[in-house]
Design a binder for this molecule. Structure first.
Ligand SMILES: Nc1ncnc2c1ncn2[C@@H]1O[C@H](COP(=O)(O)OP(=O)(O)OP(=O)(O)O)[C@@H](O)[C@H]1O
Ligand SMILES: [Mg+2]
Length: 253
């Protein structure tokens, strides 16, 4: 699907948000996000990245500007939201944690079984369906959170610094898992990260936000081979693009 000819999935027109405390978190964000694309948001702490993601998810509303969904006419009914912390129910098994979104839609354990197991397989955790969160590593818990976000097969996945608390090696592995999943599904991903390196590695486009009030200061298209991997991570092409975004971020801070 070509970005130039198809309607964007998300169209943001001067979206603003001021919290009741008087803090203006977003001061007019305009951007279009193509269906099926992988877009990252980077920016200094407090610039409104999580606020923007929550507006996209419909968890809070903007108080000025407009959020439109040109390709689908409305926000997709199914969307996956992965929070920074793996917010699992500690008393429930891995299976039951991933079953939750389907259970809330009235699906019995039997009806949901195939989809839960398929979501767990996609994050390589099918063998851990009966384990409890306390028996898993941090990276595995994060993968359970991702499986739970995927189980309804949402066309839109919103991820708020999902791998921030993990060590570099686990993070790189999950980055590759996520890219493989994104290639396999036809979904749209909006990914918030503090890591420029991660943003450039994963994305087709990086939106750089500036603080006070939050706005987009640069929209950078990433040039990368179709198959990203160690070679890309170690290439000049990659390092130069990281440096360019780092410079834009410094200007914005
Ligand atoms: N529920 C809230 N009530 C009042 N102010 C809030 C609320 N949530 C966020 N803010 C404020 O809005 C601004 C943007 O916050 P937000 O969490 O969106 O930033 P962020 O870019 O995600 O930061 P970080 O990178 O640290 O996660 C901050 O100044 C924050 O203090
Ligand atoms: Mg945040």
């Amino acid at each position: 699907m070509s970005e130039a000819t198809s309607s964007p999935l998300i169209s943001l027109d001067r979206v603003g948000k001021t919290y009741a405390s008087g803090i203006m978190a977003l001061g007019g964000v305009s951007a279009e996000i193509a269906q099926g694309s992988f877009v990252s948001l980077v920016g200094p702490s407090g610039c409104g990245k999580s606020t923007l993601l929550r507006i996209l998810a419909g968890l809070i509303s903007a108080d000025s500007g407009a959020v439109a969904w040109p390709a689908t006419g409305a926000r997709p009914a199914e969307l996956g939201f992965v929070f920074q912390e793996a917010t699992l129910m500690p008393w429930a098994s891995v299976f039951d944690n991933v079953w939750l979104p389907l259970k809330l839609k009235g699906r019995s354990r039997e009806q949901a079984h195939e989809r839960v197991m398929s979501a767990l397989s996609r994050v390589s955790l099918a063998d851990f369906a009966d384990a409890f969160p306390r028996e898993l590593s941090g990276g595995m818990r994060m993968r359970v959170s991702i499986a739970r976000a995927l189980v309804t097969e949402p066309p839109l996945l919103l991820m708020d610094e999902p791998f921030a608390a993990l060590d570099e090696f686990t993070r790189e592995t999950l980055d590759d898992d996520l890219l493989a999943l994104w290639h396999a599904q036809a979904w749209t991903v909006v990914f918030v990260t503090h890591s420029i390196y991660e943003a450039v590695y994963l994305s087709q486009r990086v939106l750089v936000m500036g603080a006070r009030p939050g706005r987009i200061v640069a929209d950078v298209k990433i040039d990368a081979p179709a198959e990203r991997g160690r070679d890309f991570r170690e290439s000049h092409l990659y390092i130069d693009q990281c440096a360019a975004i780092s410079a834009k971020l410094r200007e914005a801070s």
